[in-house]
Write a protein that binds this ligand. Structure first.
Ligand code: 5GP
Length: 226
């Protein structure tokens, strides 16, 4: 009987260790590739250092995510950011596609994103592959151009519905994206600002898939892209 009890305790302990290992090394279902519209960052955050924010969608991050909680996993155990693994040729491309639009410290921004998100998928994408794959995605899916072709360009007065903006992206990419919006701070305005466009990819970050519509923009509130 005592033997049975101790084997059972050992089994429970082993399971607990395994569970902790999986949670801390990152278990995820899919990737969110998040592009942001820099002028919105600079409107909603007081610390934006660039007086004239970039007028094209830039990378915010590539986030391994769970369907049950798309903000998880994060900050997994693993190798922390090492700038030397982002080779100079890739680094110069990332300065254009993945700039720090808030404080101008690109390398620190890449490090924050790798440490928070990249560490959770490093069994699939090592650090170089994580940044290279993000760069390829950005080049393949030019949101600024897709919207421009649909006559959706920055404008201070015009408003759009959620589907006005999703439709051309869906047509161009054959997959459903997700939009995220921000409200203008200290304003009672009855509109929201387009902030991010999310494209979703499978577990290996290779196959483009539909995104589930999760929290992002409010329903039935007009969207401004400015
Ligand atoms: P996450 O940490 O989940 O990747 O995204 C949220 C954070 O990203 C926010 O704290 C926001 O300030 C930060 N963020 C978004 N864009 C930029 C940027 O261009 N530069 C920096 N430094 N942080 C950014």
């Amino acid at each position: 009987m005592a033997m049975l009890k101790s084997s059972l305790a050992l089994l429970v302990l082993a399971f607990a260790f395994f569970f902790c290992y999986v949670m801390s090394s990152g278990s995820y279902d899919y990737f969110q590739f998040v592009q942001q519209w820099p002028p919105t960052n600079c409107r909603v955050r007081t610390k934006c250092s660039n007086p004239r924010p970039l007028q094209y969608f830039t990378i915010h991050g590539l986030w391994p995510s769970n369907y049950s909680n798309p903000k998880m996993p994060s900050n997994c155990i693993g190798s922390q950011f090492n700038e030397s693994k982002v080779y100079p040729r890739l680094r110069s491309k990332l300065r254009i596609s993945w700039p720090d639009v808030e404080s101008g410290n690109d390398t620190k921004f890449w490090g924050d994103e790798w440490n928070k998100h990249g560490t959770c998928s490093q069994r699939i994408l090592n650090q170089f592959q994580y940044f290279e794959r993000s760069q390829q995605m950005w080049r393949s899916y030019n949101i600024t151009n897709i919207l421009k072709k649909a006559q959706i360009v920055p404008n201070a007065t015009q408003t759009w519905s959620y589907s006005d903006i999703v439709s051309p992206i869906k047509t161009a990419t054959n997959r459903t994206p997700l939009l995220r919006c921000k409200s203008q701070p200290k304003s009672q305005a009855n509109f929201q600002l387009l902030h991010e466009v999310v494209l979703c990819f499978d577990y290996n970050a290779l196959v483009h898939i539909d995104c589930n519509r999760t929290a992002g923009c409010w329903n039935n509130v007009d969207i401004k892209f400015q």
